[in-house]
Design a protein around this ligand. Structure first.
Ligand SMILES: [Zn+2]
Length: 381
């Protein structure tokens, strides 16, 4: 039993959060022998990053001038032949960077042929994750337990429709989510026409999707993740966060790649917010927190597990410094507009403290970066 004492619980006020067996057991007034003092800190659900290529973590910043085409033709192929030990080390680095930034759940888009070592690295990191793996690997790993679940990562509209149908059928036979990239207009309509859409599908980007197609996703209950920073930096077209909201959807957010984005969700929330302000939409800044938590969890089928501080959910929690001076109603907006990794004081995953008072408990980022330095040297040579 553990209690987070006296924090500003987002949406509640000053309160304690009681944790039992890794789950949130109550929000109110509690005492327990094991306590974390949250005086002056904001207590909020851990961030959910619903699309990240963790294996690219050693290449942070290397794609600042890369377009999507340049990425796909130049950098991505050089990463495709990584030995298993490098895939493992790179995935571990990415997962720990995520935890350090308060991301407690990540959907990791897998590296071809390396599903097992990736799942091992995610487990070693201590993060909650869906490992997005190839359909054949999903069969092998479908019974994964603990914090690591499996999703089928399908190449989507770049492949013939029959291949999409086969991937989705494999995932459905195993009771798993299918996740796929979409870009061009018509990609969603093609799947809809074939009767393949459903709430167990999760799409990423959708920059070229028409308003009608976004509505098709909403009607089908399918999830959509927008990765505003990588889409803008790679010139993929205008991110659809606002258009998906207009269609009645609740978009999720993802980092995608640290080639051109920071490793946290603050950047994604802020980019999405600023794009909406540019469109002339007076969306409340604080509402973007939902995209990076509850709506993200729901988009990848984990809405009953994480994404909020509701009693019964797993205790995936972030304690933020830097906002204790604000009246409660200004805190969520303040976090979205000005928050950053330096504010992430403590992080819990499944009730376990993985970052305490600004320091990672189980991992050393400096050592993890040193372990993959050769990956970057080789890929960028
Ligand atoms: Zn991607």
């Amino acid at each position: 039993m553990l209690v987070i004492k006296g924090g500003q619980v987002l949406g509640v006020g000053i309160a304690d959060v009681l944790i039992e067996d890794g789950a949130i057991a109550g929000v109110g007034s509690f005492d327990a022998p094991d306590a974390i003092d949250a005086t002056g800190l904001v207590v909020l659900p851990g961030f959910v990053d619903t699309h990240r290529h963790l294996v690219h973590s050693p290449l942070r910043g290397a794609g600042a001038d890369l377009t999507l085409n340049g990425y796909l033709t130049e950098l991505s192929p050089r990463m495709s032949s990584l030995p298993a030990r490098d895939v493992r080390a790179a995935t571990l680095l990415g997962a720990v960077e995520a935890l350090n930034a308060g991301v407690t759940t990540v959907l990791s888009w897998g590296h071809p042929g390396a599903s097992t070592v990736e799942a091992e690295a995610l487990a070693e990191a201590g993060i909650r994750a869906l490992a997005g793996v190839a359909p054949d690997d999903a069969r092998l790993l479908a019974d994964s337990t603990g914090l690591i679940g499996i999703a089928v990562a399908s190449w989507g509209p770049r492949l013939p429709l029959a291949d999409n149908a086969r991937d989705i059928a494999t995932a459905r036979s195993l009771g798993l989510l299918t996740t796929m990239h979409i870009g061009r207009e018509g990609s969603v309509a093609r799947l809809a026409d074939a009767g393949l859409l459903g709430p167990d599908l999760h799409f990423v980007h959708g920059n070229g999707s028409s308003d009608d197609e976004l509505k098709m996703l909403v009607d089908a209950g399918a999830g959509l993740t927008v990765t505003p920073t990588s889409e803008l930096m790679m010139m993929s077209g205008a991110p659809v966060h606002g258009r998906f909201c207009d269609a009645g959807g609740a978009p999720a957010l993802g980092v995608d790649v640290v080639l051109n984005s920071t490793a946290d969700m603050f950047e994604q929330m802020r980019a999405a917010l600023r794009l909406e302000r540019l469109r002339g939409t007076d969306v409340a800044a604080g509402s973007l927190l939902r995209s990076a938590s509850a709506d993200g969890a729901r988009a990848i089928g984990l809405g009953d597990v994480t994404g909020s501080l509701d009693v019964g959910k797993r205790a995936d929690i972030v304690l933020l410094d830097g906002f204790g001076h604000l009246p409660p109603e200004l805190i969520a907006g303040g976090i979205v507009a000005t928050g950053g990794v330096a504010d992430v004081r403590s992080v819990l995953v499944d009730g376990r403290v993985v970052k305490r008072d600004g320091v990672l408990v189980d991992h050393d980022l400096l050592a993890l970066r040193a372990a993959v330095a050769r990956v970057a040297r080789r890929a960028l040579a």
